[in-house]
Design a protein around this ligand. Structure first.
Ligand code: TXA
Ligand code: MG
Length: 325
């Protein structure tokens, strides 16, 4: 489908229904979902076949939409004014209680935001909600930079592909994060680091992307719950908080201090959408241990188990996904 006004309206309608749409941006094509809809966001990971829930970039149509969701410090604001719309993503503190689904930021308290050039902005404005969108390709393959490339790779798994010709930049956006006086480069990309350095009048701090996400985020306090996490539980112990899955309960479930079911129906997409929120909710109740019922490894189950193993890691350092399979 082309990118005229009718196509923009159609894309917004399909996205509002919780379906995936491949959208052109100036960097690469994005596999987009309504960022406020957890199951839609979960289906991005499913369509890409990603074994992990890594945090996704959220796309906005203008600065006021960014301000709805993130706290924008003065230096980030200057970068935004200089480079948006364009291939620059900023990692910013997420405001509390926003409509953005926790799966988008993989449970972190920061959010990566960017304002793309071109038709993507019109779709976001029509939807009036941000779009979570990683590059439109299956996990491990190169990013899609044209509609036919996306069609070849993902066509069977997405509702709609908007064709605006080949991507202008062809490389993902540059990701930066303002940290006090420093500006960190988390991922080099379509906006040259030199251009940012010329604008801010100093060098960017080169930070390893993994450590930027994992050190302050997933493995530290934001990610690991205060409670211990016991995986693959067939017998619940008295006073544990139970994270259940599916229609059949583990024995002793009635002894749990509290329980939440990721998906009564055993639907992994629904479970993925609920995972971060339910972990946090159970953790806040103050039980010493969160007991997690077995979750299958097919489809999104692999990513769910990956995250659960990380959540359990500080107390069970030697346990790997392989061991609990
Ligand atoms: O050009 C692009 O940026 C493309 C197009 C479609 O816009 N999008 C893209 O999105 O590459 P995505 O979701 O694949 O980018 C994910 C990367 C993560 O690997 C991580 O490095 C970074 O964005 N990221 C996302 N949220 C973050 C956060 N809260 N803190 C640090 N890094 C984050
Ligand atoms: Mg990618």
């Amino acid at each position: 489908m082309g990118t005229d006004e009718q196509a923009v309206r159609t894309a917004a309608i399909v996205l509002a229904e919780g379906k995936l749409v491949a959208i052109p941006t100036e960097t690469v094509y994005g596999l987009a979902a309504d960022a406020t809809n957890g199951e839609a966001v979960a289906s991005i990971f499913e369509a890409k076949g990603r074994p992990h829930f890594n945090p996704l970039i959220c796309h906005v149509s203008d600065v006021s939409m960014a301000e709805r969701y993130a706290v924008i410090d003065p230096q980030s604001r200057r970068l935004i004014d200089a480079f948006w719309p364009g291939p620059l993503t900023l990692v910013l503190p997420l405001k509390a209680d926003t409509a953005i689904h926790p799966l988008v930021a993989a449970g972190l308290d920061t959010i990566a935001l960017r304002m793309p050039r071109g038709v993507a902005g019109k779709i976001i404005a029509a939807l009036d909600r941000p779009l979570a969108a990683p590059s439109a390709n299956t996990s491990g393959k190169i990013s899609g930079t044209s509609a036919p490339a996306v069609e070849d790779d993902l066509g069977a798994r997405i509702a709609l592909i908007l064709d605006a010709g080949p991507s202008e930049v062809g490389l993902e956006s540059t990701i930066v994060k303002v940290d006090g006086d420093a500006v960190q480069l988390l991922r080099p990309g379509g906006l040259a680091a030199e251009d940012i350095e010329a604008f801010i009048g100093k060098k960017l701090e080169r930070i390893d992307q993994r450590s930027a996400i994992e050190a302050p985020g997933m493995l530290a306090s934001h990610y690991a719950p205060a409670a211990g996490v016991r995986l693959n539980v067939h017998e619940v112990r008295e006073g544990e908080a139970l994270l259940a899955f599916g229609p059949v309960r583990a024995s002793g479930a009635a002894l749990a201090a509290a329980s939440l079911n990721l998906s009564e129906a055993g639907n992994l997409r629904e479970a993925a959408a609920n995972l971060f929120d339910y972990m946090k909710r159970l953790d806040r109740l103050g039980s010493a241990v969160i007991a997690v019922e077995p979750i299958p490894f097919n489809g999104l189950g692999e990513a769910i188990n990956d995250r659960l193993v990380r959540a359990a890691a500080p107390r069970i350092p030697s346990m790997t996904v392989e061991q609990i399979k």
